[in-house]
Ligand binder design. Structure first.
Ligand code: CP
Ligand code: NVA
Length: 305
């Protein structure tokens, strides 16, 4: 009998993008495509399984698509909205939840909270957005790029705006899949240096403060809000620095003629992008939103299936 392998952790979590090895990442994305093509094949995959969804911050897409994905896979979900670790320590919260459920999905202010949940949990923990990462979004985005552009390898993805959680997850995921990720931010709003270092070890990443340079020759142009949840107090200061990074039709015209426009949503039209770009034929923002459902099915099938 073959010796047991300890290469993979006993419980696989997704607290940050790099928790998924390259093989597992590709498996999730292939399962996501299959779940989209033939959803009925997977309709009993989570039968009898229950997940807890915790939200410290607002959500439309993440909450609805996780609830639907779990139900469409034959399982069920309960959602709790409010702070995690305020009434009792995070390590106690999670040791209650893992007695009742088979998985925990958490949208939290601090990455430390999701790390602590995973540290104490006997069931898989999934990061549904933190201050540092949004890995479920990146999975849906990779699915969208492959559908729209046919591949990842050799394509240029420009991210223009705030070097935030969404930018971090794209750098760590798209870079590993062979995309050149060009990030342009105002000075002082660059991605975190530890994310730049990790992403650069695995893929081609370039950074600048020049939106035109990032977008030139891009196959996909991505932006996100200038002030993320938790940074609302910096809104006015950010309004001073960010206007040159607005993705409008003039900036889109510097990308490839066939370039797609991407945004995780919710979008603030007139700030990081315009109504014309959002509504243009190049915009794939609702494909991205749809694919949250399928990508998270791929993830749930991999972690719990
Ligand atoms: N893109 C995304 O995560 O949207 P929600 O904040 O609505 O979940
Ligand atoms: N960067 C944004 C993404 C929202 C889905 C935020 O954290 O608010």
């Amino acid at each position: 009998m073959a010796a047991p392998s300890f290469a993979e952790p006993l419980i696989q979590h997704l607290t940050e993008d790099l928790d998924l090895s390259q093989d597992v990442l590709l498996r999730v994305l292939d399962l996501a495509a299959q779940a989209k093509r033939t959803p009925h094949r997977f309709s009993q995959a989570l039968a009898g399984r229950y997940l807890a969804l915790l939200f410290e911050k607002p959500s439309l897409r993440t909450r609805v698509t996780f609830e639907l994905a779990i139900k469409q896979l034959g399982g069920d979900a309960v959602t709790s909205v409010g702070p995690v670790g305020e009434r009792e320590p995070v390590k106690d919260v999670v040791r209650n939840l893992d007695r009742w459920t088979q998985g925990i999905v958490a949208r939290v202010f601090s990455q430390e909270t999701v790390k602590e949940l995973a540290q104490w949990s006997h069931v898989p923990v999934i990061n549904a957005l933190s201050d540092l990462y949004h890995p479920c979004q990146a999975l849906a985005d990779m699915q969208t790029i492959r559908e729209r552009l046919g591949r990842w390898e050799g394509l240029k993805l420009a991210f223009v705006g705030d070097g935030n959680n969404v930018a971090h997850s794209l750098m760590l995921t798209a870079g590993r899949l062979g995309m050149h990720v060009a990030v342009a931010t105002p000075k002082g709003y660059e991605p975190k240096s530890h994310v730049i270092a990790a992403a650069s070890r695995m893929g081609r990443i370039s950074l600048s403060n020049d939106a035109l340079e990032a977008v030139e020759g891009a196959h996909a142009v991505y932006t996100d809000v200038w002030a993320s949840m938790g940074h609302e107090g910096e809104k006015d200061a950010r309004q001073q620095s960010f206007p040159p990074y607005r993705v409008d039709e003039a900036l889109m015209s510097k990308a490839r003629p066939e370039a797609i426009f991407m945004h995780c949503l919710p979008a603030k039209r007139g700030e990081e992008t315009t109504d014309a770009v959002m509504e243009s034929a190049r915009s794939v923002v609702f494909d991205q939103a749809e694919n949250r459902l399928h990508a998270q099915k791929g993830l749930l099938l991999t972690l719990l299936g």
